[in-house]
Design a protein around this ligand. Sequence first.
Ligand code: NAP
Ligand code: GCO
Length: 264
Amino acid sequence: MVNFSLEGKIALVTGASYGIGFSIATGFAKAGATIVFNDIKQELVDKGVAAYAAEGIKAHGYVCDVTDEAGVNTMVAQIEKEVGVIDILVNNAGIIKRIPMIEMSAADFRQVIDIDLNGPFIVSKAVLPSMIKKGHGKIINICSMMSELGRETVSAYAAAKGGLKMLTRNIASEYGEYNIQCNGIGPGYIATPQTAPLREVQADGSRHPFDSFIIAKTPAARWGTPEDLMGPAVFLASDASNFVNGHVLYVDGGILAYIGKQPK
Ligand code: NAP
Ligand code: GCO
């Protein structure tokens, strides 16, 4: 019997007050899971709790920075006490800095690596011992097109997301024998606040050149929506994917399959 249900499961989605994390958590709740999320500021957590409530979801929100190891350990212990042992972790919190590499400071580079790569390491490390004890667990790392491809201005982000793909494979390799599956989701270009600057309407009312570029580069001929990630995330969080491990599922409207349009 194929089982996509998340009934009785507890899911922690990091950085999920809005955007991709919010949609993934909402998909999980609709499949039966209890939702826990964190964000760096109290006001964002409050906004997140209210946004989940508007969807009919009672979410448990915590203030925590994923780069703060002691803070993450405290949060995970608190979640275990107040909600229960985490069955599903989604490492979603992330940032991007779009700066040409030769102009980027090492401090900026380090900050992106810290949040986008060290963060998933720290949070995964905190939840794994209880997953091992419980005899099952699902970790989903939110990767990127930049886990496979490069482009101008995103050197730190590409390095972090490429690293996250390999961290995914390594967690799968190291903890697969404990019935823990660690997989990635590689979203294509998704319309969220993170990509809003790339879609800004120009002064003359025309589309941002990057916006037109992405439409032409995507066989689906559109930007993705956070909701496009719900089904793939539920699959990777459920028993339906129990023999899928160390895989990155690209949800990109076909970008990685496509050589691109011939210029007119
Ligand atoms: P977003 O709209 O910017 O949301 C990211 C969330 O992470 C925000 O709530 C943010 O809080 C939080 N966050 C940032 N730093 C954090 C930290 N140190 N600790 C805890 N939370 C933190 O981004 P999104 O577009 O939904 O992206 C979510 C994930 O998908 C990211 O990992 C991103 O790289 C990845 N992704 C996005 C796309 C896309 O096209 N949008 C494509 C592929 C992958 P603040 O608001 O306080 O910063
Ligand atoms: C960029 C974008 C991307 C996307 C995404 C693609 O500037 O190229 O922000 O990196 O957010 O990660 O999958």
